[in-house]
Write a protein that binds this ligand. Structure first.
Ligand code: B1M
Length: 213
């Protein structure tokens, strides 16, 4: 595969082919390719297309799930490789990351984690369906600089507000700043709960940098 064969990466996700997505990711890593570009312009472009096809009624839940599985198969190869590339670099801040309780969408959250780690943050990913209490407990134990919470459903956005309230109410040696994001969120929403906000994974890096400054 030529290093810039982004359409192949995109197609593997759109076609929901996890085996091919994983194999392509392994080739990228072996070739020392630009992994961030491959994620953003290849695999993530694929899952965004899956989302469009679902919204257009072309794809149904099985195709949606297969697309998500293909994306995750690629990320399972790429995330450890990125971590190896960055090993030994000084941390720019410690981030506790997760998707809020009741919400299973973790692809965008995963991308945020990958980009933060790629830019030198120490990322502790708690996964999806994370309760407010767990965010707070981990942030306290790790003395995190930033708590980063993703929500993809309008019904789970209120968990971000609960998290903001819990962070404000808890006693801290070092109080972490809250960063929120996810498709239904907005700057106005983040402002209303006193959190930082980023509309995409790349901007989440700049937002986290601003919060730790
Ligand atoms: Co669901 N889903 N889903 N889904 N799903 C959406 C979100 C939806 C918009 C589709 C639609 O109806 N058009 C809709 C939500 C409507 C709403 O509430 N506004 C929806 C629904 C309704 C549901 C179910 C209820 C469907 C059902 O069962 N009837 C169900 C809910 C399950 C649950 O969570 N409890 C459900 C289930 C699923 C799957 C499990 C099948 C699968 C998720 C698999 C997984 O993540 N492991 C899935 C998927 C794949 C989607 C779509 C198609 C794609 C989401 C995605 O991964 N996008 C989505 C439609 C869409 O987005 N167009 C949809 C790609 C990803 C890279 O983008 O996550 O937006 P995104 O992340 C971006 C930014 O938002 C931002 O940066 C990322 C990268 O640039 N960002 C942050 C995200 N988090 C951030 C955090 C930050 C900063 C930036 O700081 C902390």
């Amino acid at each position: 595969m030529p290093p810039t064969d982004l359409p192949a990466l995109r197609a593997a996700v759109v076609e929901g082919d996890a085996t091919r997505a994983r194999a392509l990711a392994e080739q990228l890593v072996a070739a020392g390719d630009d992994l961030m570009a491959a994620v953003e312009h290849g695999f993530a472009a694929g899952i965004r297309r899956v989302g469009e096809l679902w919204e257009e009624g072309e794809y149904f839940l099985p195709e949606l799930v297969q697309g998500a599985e293909a994306m995750k198969a690629a990320m399972a190869v790429i995330v450890p490789a990125l971590a190896r590339e960055r090993a030994g670099e000084l941390s720019r801040g410690r981030v506790v990351l997760g998707t809020v309780k009741g919400d299973l969408h973790d692809i965008g959250k995963g991308l945020v984690g990958v980009l933060l780690a790629a830019h030198g943050f120490e990322v502790h990913d708690l996964g999806h369906d994370v309760a407010v209490e767990r965010f707070v407990e981990r942030a306290r134990a790790l003395e995190a600089d930033v708590v980063a919470a993703s929500a993809l459903l309008t019904t789970t956005m209120p968990e971000q507000r609960r998290l903001a309230e819990a962070i404000a109410a808890a006693a801290w040696i070092k109080r972490p700043r809250l960063l929120v994001g996810g498709a239904p969120t907005s700057r106005a929403w983040a402002d209303s709960i006193g959190a930082g906000w980023a509309e995409n994974a790349l901007r989440a890096v700049a937002a986290a940098e601003a919060l730790v400054r």
